[in-house]
Design a protein around this ligand. Structure first.
Ligand SMILES: [Mn+2]
Length: 252
């Protein structure tokens, strides 16, 4: 079975209703890989028709390896637009991830109108959807925090080496292809299975996570719907929660 079924087509117009909740994750602001400008454009479009609720589902900031030189105008614009949406009445929930885990210390705080939470349950029309970052289901990240941080640093070095090597070779095997390797698919699959059974144990109708940077929506009419919101590095995707759950792609 092909689990990597990308529902929805990339489109210019945003596909949601004003009363919907939108979930986005994994911006990794502060990392060069983050598409902060595109994210800002997306948030700016939301401002025209502020949704009921916006959930920032973790890894908003890249705190493991932030080069503060990478926090520039585009990153500031993202923060300002989130604040502007809040001013316009959108309820903002921030669920820290593993790359911005420092904020987990504040998980029951509410800053102005912005709620910090470790998880959030969206209730809509007698349905309950659990929103978490998802590293909770990734045994490796959870049990090996230090190694994960080192691997992340190594990944950045590899990306640098890779782009350096590309200057000299015509190698078609990129790190992006590596991300979709069999091993990566196995990790994603394990997270998906754990997340789904956890949601079932909590009597939820669905679970929405980020973390794995692997956007997908697996609707199970009799059981738990699993949604991964993807990221703002590659997929630039968002989840819309209303009468149905949908996974959308932002294209500009
Ligand atoms: Mn994560």
């Amino acid at each position: 079975m092909d689990y990597h079924n990308l529902t929805g087509q990339a489109k210019m117009e945003l596909n949601y209703k004003k009363e919907n909740t939108i979930v986005i994750s994994d911006f990794h602001l502060g990392s060069k890989r983050s598409k902060a400008k595109k994210l800002g454009n997306f948030l700016h479009k939301l401002l025209d028709n502020p949704p009921y609720r916006l959930i920032l589902d973790g890894d908003v900031f890249e705190l493991w390896s932030t080069n503060y030189k990478n926090i520039e105008a585009d990153e500031h614009r993202v923060i300002k637009l989130v604040a502007a949406l809040s001013e316009k009445g959108t309820k903002i929930v921030y669920i820290p991830g593993n790359h911005d885990r420092a904020f987990r210390a504040f998980f029951e705080f509410t800053f102005g109108k912005i709620k910090m939470r470790n998880e959030y349950v969206i209730r809509h029309d007698h349905k309950k959807y659990l929103v978490m970052h998802g590293d909770e289901f990734d045994a490796f990240t959870r049990n090996h925090v230090v190694i994960s941080i080192l691997l992340d640093q190594l990944y950045i070095v590899l990306v640098k080496i890779n782009s350096f090597l590309k200057l000299f070779s015509r190698s078609k095997k990129s790190l992006s292809a590596e991300k979709h390797s069999k091993k990566y698919a196995e990790i994603v699959s394990r997270i998906r299975i754990l997340a789904t059974s956890y949601a079932r144990s909590r009597k939820m109708d669905g679970i929405i996570i980020g973390h794995s940077h692997w956007p997908e929506l697996l609707a199970d009419p009799d059981g738990v719907t699993y949604v991964n919101s993807g990221d703002w590095i590659d997929s630039c995707s968002y989840v819309v929660v209303g009468d149905t759950l949908s996974l959308e792609y932002y294209n500009e």
